[in-house]
Design a protein around this ligand. Structure first.
Ligand code: SAM
Length: 358
């Protein structure tokens, strides 16, 4: 028998099943459809997924709905581990902050949008026919459910969003927006949003779905019109006069020459007074904390160097906490580690800074 499956849902299933993300997931939906036009590779993956789920001690697959008339089977796959966690343990997993204390308005924003990981499961009582509709599932899980990311995004996303709340409907570029939710939230606020992302492998492997198709499907689900440019910024076909550029956890993955080329293009695109809103990982296993200069994800770029490249004034940010400034001291940062949040899976914190274009 041939199968077709929904790629978005299968991605989540794969993360669940390969064990690398088992701390971050509870239950996944996998919708497998019979079709006489299945692609050989897809059949193998879908079949392997279900088989490995069935034989795994950690994961229990359950057939939610077997709709032979529509030729579809909806499985849920649930982590047995997760059920054993106590409520305080589960709560802690959500409280991963750039600062240990998340401002109330950020927590409220995260709750409203299901950030930073997406809502875990449709609410009790969701009719099964809704779960058989991908757009409905995407809406239920929310815009932040479709891009893998670090736990420090619990702070980064609402922080970046709140850098813009006083701006009326504007033209915004997100650099490296991938399939993450911020672009869709900003579009729902009435902004014209351009996401410029070449969908390069930045350390976690290539995207295993067609990002353009998946992005289009998310636009449909959320009723938005985010314009995707599958490109780097210098190569994107954009004209000038943007009120804001947002770049969440992307520059640190780029080599210095790409950062220079990207920021030089930013300068051409910015309207006077426009904002450049950046978050950058600060890796604790790299210089200035030790001699090592690169890791699998990238490097610690000097924010002072970025400011020089832009030639703009910093309007939000604390030099003593931004790598590259004279005020930054490794001794001070290390002695205050208890104030900062870390990513769960890798030793990194998040730096936050906004510049104003002259
Ligand atoms: C860590 S992801 C960040 C995704 C998203 N901003 C988020 O917070 O979830 C880094 C993204 O940078 C993109 N990227 C890599 N090189 C790039 C470049 N030169 N210009 C723009 N984006 C790039 C990758 O394709 C990837 O989607």
């Amino acid at each position: 028998m041939d199968y077709r499956y929904d790629t978005i849902l299968l991605r989540y299933g794969r993360w669940a099943l390969d064990g690398t993300r088992c701390e971050d997931v509870t239950t996944y939906l996998v919708l497998v459809k019979e079709t006489c036009e299945g692609i050989a590779q897809d059949i193998a993956r879908a079949t392997a997924l279900i088989e490995s789920a069935s034989s795994s001690a950690l994961w229990s697959p359950r057939l939610q709905k077997d709709d032979r008339a529509a030729g579809s089977h909806l499985f849920s796959i649930t982590s047995q581990n997760r059920r054993d966690l106590s409520l305080p343990q589960r709560r802690r997993e959500y409280i991963m902050l750039a600062r240990r204390k998340l401002p109330d308005q950020y927590a409220t924003w995260n709750r409203a949008w299901g950030a930073p990981y997406g809502r875990r499961w449709p609410s009790a009582g969701t009719p099964l026919q809704k779960l058989d509709n991908f757009s409905a599932v995407q809406r239920i899980r929310g815009p932040f459910a479709f891009q893998d990311n670090s736990s420090t995004r619990a702070y980064e996303f609402p922080w970046a969003y709140h850098q813009l709340t006083d701006l009326g409907p504007s033209r915004i570029v997100e650099i490296g927006g991938a399939l993450s939710g911020l672009q869709f939230v900003l579009a729902k606020d009435g902004h014209e949003v351009h996401n410029v992302d070449p969908f390069f492998d930045y350390g976690s492997g290539n995207y295993d779905v067609d990002p353009v198709a998946e992005h289009a499907s998310l636009n449909r689900a959320f009723g938005t019109n985010v314009i995707l440019h599958k490109s780097t910024l210098p190569e994107a076909d954009l004209d000038d006069q943007f009120s804001a550029v947002i770049c969440v956890s992307t520059l640190e993955h780029l080599p210095p020459e790409s950062i220079e080329a990207t920021l030089s293009t930013v300068k051409k695109l910015m309207a006077p007074g426009g904002r450049v809103i950046l978050t950058l990982d600060l890796f604790l296993n790299l210089a200035p904390f030790c001699d090592r200069t690169t890791n699998v994800w990238g490097s610690n770029s000097s924010v002072a160097w970025i400011e020089d490249l832009l030639g703009y004034e910093m309007i939000a940010g604390e030099r003593a906490e931004l790598y590259g400034y004279e005020e930054f001291s490794t001794e001070d940062i290390l002695s205050r580690l208890d104030e900062f949040a870390f990513n769960v899976g890798y030793p990194q914190m998040a730096q936050l800074v906004t510049f104003r274009a002259s």
